[in-house]
Design a binder for this molecule. Structure first.
Ligand SMILES: Nc1ncnc2c1ncn2[C@@H]1O[C@H](COP(=O)(O)OP(=O)(O)OP(=O)(O)O)[C@@H](O)[C@H]1O
Ligand SMILES: [Mg+2]
Length: 291
């Protein structure tokens, strides 16, 4: 929900955009040194709703694509916001992630190009909501996405998986297919609530299904420069997670929330906005860890 205050902030807080450096504890400044080989498969997950998973998937993906990296966004959320946010009409799709997950449709048959060069999307539509239940008796139900990605991975540098706000079978598929998890954390009250549960699930998947899985990256989003609370949350997150936390911080910005209704990532919708700059910085930081 964006209220009038946010609009005011957007107009007035340009100078106050967080760099992430000012409040950086010294011990984390040189960190994030563990290299991650390309291609990287990153699940963007947090079972809390509305914390910026989809906004991050779309805009980080677009920013990586802008760097010349072939990037596939897999929309695992029946809401389909990562698909529509990139201008893909997902109603009445003949083939979508539902068919990949339930009917062994090859992933390459559902992938669509977007208006952004190097950026591709495997769209979701509402029927994917049924998959949580339909998958229950299915053979190898936790590994379906992994198998689908295995067949196309050579075509991409990055695969970003937009997980739904739950810890059900779709998210488990996302975590089983990924090598890394990126968790967006809202700079607001209760930001860390439920995170323990997410981390326990990541650990469960790691132990039982995907030994390679690593919670590699935390991104602080919806930072509001006017509130002390935002800084407190960033500091708390850094204390907890140290060098996993990106130095780049995504500001709260109305432009970021407007872009999806125009079917565009922020990088093309308002290329010079604070949100676009912040996601570009985050993408560079993420890619710096690649080997
Ligand atoms: N940095 C931001 N500044 C302002 N609004 C934002 C920002 N990031 C996300 N939003 C808005 O907040 C709402 C929730 O964001 P988003 O859909 O990315 O979250 P989500 O975690 O994917 O949600 P869900 O759990 O429902 O899938 C959206 O309306 C989005 O436009
Ligand atoms: Mg979402």
């Amino acid at each position: 929900m964006i209220d009038d205050d946010d609009t005011a902030e957007d107009d007035t807080a340009e100078d106050a955009a967080p760099s992430g450096a000012a409040d950086e504890p010294a011990e984390t400044s040189s960190a994030r040194t563990i290299p991650h080989p390309l291609p990287r498969i990153i699940a963007i997950a947090n079972q809390k709703g509305g914390v910026g998973k989809t906004t991050t998937t779309v805009n980080l993906g677009a920013s990586l694509a802008e760097l010349g990296l072939r990037t596939l966004l897999i929309d695992l959320d029946p809401q389909g916001n990562a698909s529509t946010g990139l201008g893909i009409e997902n109603r009445g799709l003949e083939h979508s992630m539902y068919h990949v997950m339930l009917h062994d449709e090859p992933l390459e048959n559902v992938v669509e190009p977007t208006d952004v060069k190097n950026l591709f999307v495997a769209p979701a539509s509402l029927d994917l909501a049924g998959a949580e239940i339909e998958l229950v008796p299915a053979f190898s139900r936790e590994q379906r996405l992994k198998r689908a990605i295995d067949a196309v991975i050579d075509d991409y540098d990055y695969v970003l998986i937009n997980c739904p706000p739950s810890l059900g079978l779709l998210t488990v598929n996302g975590l089983s297919a990924a090598k890394e998890v990126l968790v967006p954390i809202q700079c607001e009250y209760y930001a860390l609530e439920g995170l323990g549960q997410l981390l326990r699930n990541v650990d469960l998947v790691k132990r039982n299904l995907n030994p390679e899985l690593e919670m590699s990256t935390i991104l602080c989003v919806m930072y509001d420069a006017r509130t002390k609370l935002s800084d407190q949350v960033v500091n708390e997150v850094r204390e907890h997670f140290g060098d996993k936390v990106l130095r780049s911080i995504i500001p709260r910005s109305v432009r970021l929330s407007e872009a999806p209704s125009f079917g565009q990532p922020i990088t093309t919708f308002d290329s010079k906005s604070r949100g676009a700059l912040a996601y570009r910085d985050a993408a560079k930081e993420v890619h710096r860890d690649a080997s």
